[in-house]
Design a binder for this molecule. Structure first.
Ligand SMILES: Cc1cc2nc3c(=O)[nH]c(=O)nc-3n(C[C@H](O)[C@H](O)[C@H](O)COP(=O)(O)O)c2cc1C
Length: 306
């Protein structure tokens, strides 16, 4: 198979993206910061840092700790609020040339709906990702833990926006398939998995946790097996497309997620130590797909034989 004949376009419900390689929320700033390293217009999607309705200062330091094959963070959704995002960041993002998927987190149901309705009045967003999975804010994961709350918040947002909706789920639940089904029932166009895994790091000499907020979210290669498991379970449970996130840093990681059931991937922590990771993966993707005899990304998605 000829790599140049491979079509990289992917349909994620009503969201069409030029290729399946996106960058994850919170690991790519507001994109400006990375513009000197890569051609942003080549990305399949950019997810800026999650925005909340009002500005948030985030959690006390330390907010990041390196761990074996990963990192812990307890940033706590530090951001300047939705209006500042619309004024200062969205105009730049809108001109970048790749799909902009705005990640939002409401403090409650009504805030999610209000924020989605406000974004509907702006231009520049191609889709909305609902961050119902942040482990670092008080009650931040409620919507991603309880299927009824999840379905209600997705359908509430669905009712006020014409933009495609991605529901981003937490792995910190007993039954992720049940939450994914609820998001699909609420009208999500696609499901992204996973946000970080709740963890801790400790300094035993000082008898103190290393993170100011005690617990934080584990990310990076350490969580890839958990993310693959989540993609496998969610892809089997829903009909909408799944976006894989968690420890992806190479073309091999990416192909593993695609065959396991992801239609696209988001690169998070890898951007911190290699800002070119997403583009390296994108450059290698046609040949990897061709190696499996595929002419389209969809040809390999969910093709695990077991
Ligand atoms: C420092 C840091 C900040 C993050 N902030 C957000 C965020 O604001 N919103 C969100 O949905 N996910 C956030 N995440 C989670 C990532 O988007 C991603 O789901 C997770 O890190 C797993 O992917 P990775 O192993 O490739 O990093 C953050 C992750 C890190 C490491």
């Amino acid at each position: 198979m000829n790599a140049s004949a491979v079509d990289l376009r992917v349909e994620l419900g009503r969201l069409s993206v030029p290729n399946p390689v996106m960058v994850a929320s919170g690991a790519f700033g507001y994109a400006r910061e990375l513009a000197g390293f890569i051609d942003l217009s080549r990305l399949g999607g950019i997810l800026p840092k999650t925005v909340t309705k009002l500005p948030r200062a985030g959690n006390p330091p330390w907010r990041t700790v390196e761990t074996a094959a990963g990192m812990l963070n307890s940033i706590g959704l530090d951001n300047d609020g939705l209006e500042a995002f619309i004024e200062h960041h969205l105009p730049y993002l809108a001109g970048v040339g790749s799909p902009i998927i705005v990640s939002i987190a409401g403090a409650n149901h009504d805030e999610f709906v209000e924020m989605a309705a406000r974004l509907e009045q702006t231009t520049g967003a191609s889709a909305i990702e609902l961050n119902i999975s942040c482990p670092n804010v008080s009650h931040g994961v409620d919507f991603g833990v309880d299927p009824r709350m999840c379905e209600r918040v997705v359908s509430g947002v669905r009712a006020v926006t014409s933009l495609p909706i991605i529901a981003k789920l937490t792995p910190n639940v007993a039954d992720i398939a049940a939450i994914a089904k609820a998001a699909e029932a609420g009208g999500a166009d696609s499901i992204s998995v996973i946000n970080t895994c709740l963890g801790m790091a400790v300094d035993w000499r000082r008898r103190r946790p290393l993170l100011g907020n005690v617990m934080g979210g584990l990310s990076g290669p350490a969580i890839k097996p958990i993310a693959l498991r989540a993609v496998y379970q969610v892809a089997k449970a829903v009909r909408v497309p799944v976006i894989g996130i968690g420890g992806i840093a190479t073309i091999d990681d990416t192909m593993e997620f695609l065959v396991t059931g992801a239609s696209a991937v988001q690169i998070g922590t890898a951007n911190f130590y290699d800002p070119t990771a997403s583009i390296r993966i994108l450059d290698a993707l046609p040949a990897a797909l061709a190696e499996l005899g595929a002419t389209r990304v969809a040809d390999v998605v969910g093709t695990l034989t077991k």
